[in-house]
Write a protein that binds this ligand. Structure first.
Ligand code: MG
Length: 314
């Protein structure tokens, strides 16, 4: 996915993370030991290298008890039909809570609104059959103006209405580009990396894409899954966002540069404290760089970090 590849371009922003998150002992950590979630994208080809059943068993042994799927396509997750996938996961003691999926287009318009809705209708039928609670879009549609983002919000509302009819909650997951700013009538986004941008005198600071998505969507139809690492990489403090949009940001991607806790740039105690203070529950550990060949080691080390840190509520 393009946004994931863009990570390398953002590497110079790593110091920015430290700016927001270095005060690691500012809050006492909640008492821990609760269940851990995993975004299965983290394992890349290792998940199925020895068969999905063996992969799911290792996910469980690594310390995880629920997952968020990646790789939905026309009734399958990767190469596996969804009903079979669910049985294999459940047999290993893993619950499927959520699934990441994107419509087949990146430019949203009135011309392809129906095509996008048809995608969500079929995907909702497929996901209802395996009983997921959340369907989450992780890919950013092209947005060059505030109006573009508002239109995307309308499409999200339509998707959320479709999933809601099936008892599934629709959500959106960010990377760093959602922290680009968008001008009304604009032709190009103002990059999150442009620290020197100031609006013309007397004009307000333009809103970020993420703010417009949150504000233009119906809270009863669209929730947000905040990827805390990409939020930092976008120049923002995830704790501020979790608190400001306490009722809209209902799930997290718990992510660091690689293994959780290793970089020292993510303030996980503050992040978990803020998240739990708003009575939310589900988070998914995610580790990108999926072709390392040692992803199982990394997810295990990340689970060990969470379990030993006492961050996760029972
Ligand atoms: Mg993520």
């Amino acid at each position: 996915m393009a946004n994931r590849r863009e990570f390398l371009k953002g590497a110079s922003l790593l110091t920015l993370g430290a700016l927001f998150t270095n005060c690691t002992n500012a809050n006492a950590a909640p008492k821990g030991g609760g269940p851990l979630g995993l975004q299965t994208y983290s394992l890349g080809p290792e998940l199925t290298a020895n068969g999905l059943a063996e992969g799911m068993k290792r996910v469980k042994e690594s310390g995880y008890s629920y997952i968020e799927l990646a790789g939905y396509r026309d009734g399958n997750i990767g190469q596996t039909p969804m009903a079979e996938y669910k049985k294999i996961a459940n047999d290993a003691g893993i619950e499927i809570v959520s699934s990441h999926l994107n419509p087949p287009v990146r430019d949203y318009s009135k011309d392809n609104f129906e095509q996008i809705k048809d995608f969500w209708k079929k995907a909702t039928e497929d996901h209802k059959a395996i009983g997921v609670q959340y369907m989450v879009q992780p890919g950013l549609p092209n947005c060059n103006s505030a109006e573009d983002a508002q239109f995307v919000g309308e499409v999200f509302n339509a998707a959320g209405e479709i999933t809601k009819q099936a008892g599934i909650q629709f959500g959106y997951h960010n990377h760093n580009f959602e922290f680009n700013r968008l001008l009304p009538g604009g032709t190009e986004a103002i990059s999150f990396a442009n620290r020197n941008y100031r609006p013309a005198e007397g004009q307000p600071m333009p809103k970020t894409t993420e703010e417009i998505f949150i504000e233009s969507t119906d809270p009863s139809k669209v929730i947000f899954e905040l990827d805390v690492y990409w939020t930092v990489m976008g120049g923002q403090d995830p704790v501020e966002w979790i608190n400001k949009y306490a009722n809209r940001i209902q799930m997290l991607h718990i992510k660091d540069r690689l293994i959780l806790g290793d970089s020292g740039m993510m303030n996980f105690p503050k992040i978990f404290n803020a998240f739990y203070s708003h009575n939310h529950k589900y988070f998914f550990v995610e580790i990108e760089d999926t072709r390392s060949g040692i992803q199982f080691d990394r997810i295990k080390a990340s689970a060990d970090f969470l379990n030993s840190s006492g961050l996760v509520k029972k």
